[in-house]
Design a protein around this ligand. Structure first.
Ligand code: 5GP
Ligand code: ZN
Length: 161
């Protein structure tokens, strides 16, 4: 990291959290990484994991995370951020193809004020269809079988990419 960037980070306003999920010991995403919590994993490599959001905005809504705990993107080095988005880019192609979407959103919340609920860095990949244009759809619940079927089709696309 450049000296200039380090100075900027040191002087930057702190991102505020009062979330009870803060800290790796109690972090649900760290528990997903270690398999102490279950999830529908669609991709994993040495430093990243991607799994379906439990309460998705649309079918295929996926979260891409670094395995190493950090609360916000400010806790990551520039190269790590680039890697995270490289994985998110690949995941977006697999998700959009698997659920036959027409586009997608990347959403990346930092801090409670930005509605970040889980204090472990993550990128949302939210597929959207043409009929969703202009509105942010409500969250939906899918059955465990539907979630697993969606995850399996994303995994197939990831394997083929
Ligand atoms: P944030 O608001 O922090 O950017 O997004 C956190 C996301 O994590 C939410 O969309 C929420 O539905 C999802 N989430 C919260 N707890 C769990 C969980 O235990 N498992 C999974 N797969 N997703 C979760
Ligand atoms: Zn964590």
């Amino acid at each position: 990291m450049s000296a200039e960037k380090e100075m900027w980070m040191a002087s930057a306003r702190r991102i505020v959290f009062s979330s009870p999920t803060s800290g790796p010991d109690r972090c649900i995403f760290c528990q997903i990484v270690t398999r102490n919590a279950s999830s529908n994993i669609v991709y994993e490599d040495e430093r990243h994991i991607a799994f379906l959001d439990i309460y998705p905005f649309s079918r295929g809504h996926t979260l891409v995370c670094p395995k190493e705990h950090g609360e916000t993107i400010w806790d990551m080095k520039e190269g790590e951020i680039a890697e995270l988005f490289r994985v998110a880019f690949k995941v977006s192609k697999a998700v959009v193809t698997a659920v036959q979407a027409d586009g997608f959103r990347f959403v990346q919340n930092n801090g409670e004020a930005a509605n970040q609920v889980v204090a472990h860095v993550h990128v949302h990949v939210i597929p959207v269809k043409m009929e969703d244009k202009g509105r942010f759809s409500d969250r939906r619940k899918f059955t465990p079988a539907e979630m697993e079927e969606t995850a399996a089709s994303i995994r197939r696309e990831m394997a083929g990419s």
